[in-house]
Design a protein around this ligand. Structure first.
Ligand code: NAP
Length: 485
């Protein structure tokens, strides 16, 4: 059923099927980054509310674990339909709290629905095994069961689709969930609760709490009831959660930070590389974990690429995400702008040459010009740090080996991209790059059917694809003896 955006904007938490405020009555303002206006509030909940959410999830698990795969698949198909029926209002809500252009928000909401549908299908394919027995009178059966109560903690840059990769497989597997959306963008997360209710997902299966990250996170991590934590966010917070998970030996899935390289070889189709580079960098104003952080361009093509790329960056239309034709919205907040300014100042100090943008946009607020910096060198901060803003440093390299070495010279290993028309190089380079996702002649590669996740300090586990449900399942071996054979 189609509803307006304000219907989905829930200013309360969902615990055991009830929409409730914080015990203290305190709230947190939610701000539209394009205008600086407060668009509403959400509860500033903490430990006690989270413990009740965990208890509600534990209670719901008793019956939800007994539902059939077909029943859960139907709930997920209905959830998919409800999301798609409301794609426009949900996209509007997302743009209001997050800032990204409406077209990107519609794409994100569509992607959320696609993940849900994928896991509706996967729910029915959680097969076990009968293993050939080494004993004549025993049989060996392997089954898969839901892990139990899971907790999901998500970031502000994809407030809808990061949850679909977690709520989708959790429901498919028969788990129940406690969810904590990012404080900057809570409404897209809370909307999941309203959508779940709309399609009849039982009370307590999905519980959503907003407020103090430390208190909510602490209650989740110390609870022996929560069997698994799935986190998407920064590597720093991921490391804290990994340490906290040790005390109760929770399963963990970690989708953490990135430092994506984008290599352009001399033999690349330069126009395709420019278009792919723009998409891989400036989507969501550079605020995605798979956004290019470092462009490495081979010496023979460097000047031509830099010229065309800077020209394309200057063409991007910056504005409110709600305005038709906007290609780049504001950054999430003032802090993000200051970080981008610091990284640019550091690069200029060390000899970088700004060839596009370089400063705050004339629109003011947290709008920033799409920026390109030529002459980037390894001592500049952005060669190691995640920029998370619309800044493209262009580094030069000479040989294939050097390009690969520079691309891998980071603690991160989420996404990488390279452009070449040489088939041998395609295989050599894609096998040598230490990344979980590799785009060859493509700048945007996320899809629900392929595994998403990082190597090294970019994370643990994979989301989406046929692998994305594994982390929500326990494998059980049952030995049936005394068969009298
Ligand atoms: P963040 O600061 O790590 O926050 C992510 C989530 O963790 C938020 O909900 C945050 O709550 C919560 N949090 C913060 N401190 C916590 C604590 N001590 N205990 C429990 N929860 C805590 O990351 P962000 O700035 O929102 O997102 C940007 C980062 O996410 C980037 O590094 C990006 O690369 C990464 N990311 C990775 C992927 C991936 O799939 N690999 C996808 C998207 C983003 P509050 O909002 O209340 O602070």
């Amino acid at each position: 059923m189609l509803q307006k955006a304000h219907f989905w904007k829930r200013e309360a938490n969902l615990i055991g099927g009830e929409w409730v405020g914080a015990d203290s009555g305190k709230t947190i303002d939610v701000v539209n980054p394009a205008t600086g206006e407060t668009i509403g509030t959400v509860p500033n909940a903490g430990k006690a509310e989270t413990e009740r959410a965990i208890a509600a999830a534990e209670k719901a698990f008793e019956s939800f674990r007994k539902t059939t795969a077909a029943e859960r698949a139907k709930l997920l198909r209905d959830l998919h339909d409800a999301i798609m029926d409301n794609q426009d209002p949900l996209a509007e809500l997302l743009t209001m709290e997050q800032g990204k252009p409406l077209a990107e928000s519609r794409g994100e909401v569509g992607m959320s629905a696609a993940y849900v549908l994928w896991f509706a299908e996967e729910a029915r394919r959680v097969y076990g095994d009968m293993v050939p027995s080494p004993w004549a009178d025993r049989r060996i059966m392997v089954t898969k069961q839901p892990v139990g109560v899971i907790a999901a903690i998500t970031p502000w840059n994809f407030p809808s689709s990061m949850l679909s990769r977690k709520i989708g497989p959790a429901i498919a597997a028969g788990c129940t969930a406690v969810v904590k959306p990012a404080t900057a963008t809570p409404y897209s997360g809370l909307a999941w609760g309203a959508l779940c209710q709309e399609v009849g997902i039982p009370d307590g299966v999905v519980n959503i709490v907003t407020g103090s990250a430390r208190e909510i996170g602490g209650a989740i991590m110390e609870s022996p009831v929560v069997k698994k934590v799935t986190f998407t966010g920064s590597t720093d917070v991921g490391k804290v959660l990994l340490k906290q998970a040790a005390d109760t030996v929770k399963k963990v899935s970690m989708e953490l930070g990135g430092n994506a390289p984008f290599l352009v070889f001399d033999d690349a189709d330069i126009d395709r590389a420019v278009a792919g580079g723009i998409a891989a960098k400036y989507r969501n104003s550079g605020q995605t974990c798979v956004c290019t952080n470092r462009f490495y361009v081979q010496a023979g093509i460097y000047d031509r690429f830099a010229e065309k790329f800077a020209a394309a960056a200057k063409e991007l239309k910056v504005g409110s995400g709600l305005e038709e034709g906007t290609q780049q919205g504001p950054l999430i907040d003032e802090g993000a702008v200051e970080k981008v300014e610091e990284l640019i100042a550091d690069a200029v100090d060390k000899g970088g040459n700004i060839v596009a943008g370089g400063k705050r946009h004339e629109l003011g607020g947290s709008f920033f010009e799409p920026t390109v910096i030529a002459g980037a060198t390894p001592d500049m901060r952005f060669s190691k740090e995640e920029i998370f803003g619309p800044v493209s440093p262009l580094f030069k390299f000479e040989t294939e080996e050097e390009g690969i070495r520079l691309a891998n010279d980071t603690d991160f290993g989420l996404a990488c991209y390279f452009y070449t028309q040489d088939l041998g190089r395609t295989f050599r380079v894609s096998e040598a790059l230490e990344y979980g996702l590799v785009g060859v002649n493509e700048g945007v590669i996320t899809t629900e059917v392929a595994p998403f996740g990082g190597m090294k300090e970019s994370g643990l586990g994979r989301e989406g694809s046929k692998y994305g449900i594994d982390d929500y399942l326990e494998i059980k071996y049952v030995c049936i003896g005394g068969l009298g054979m």
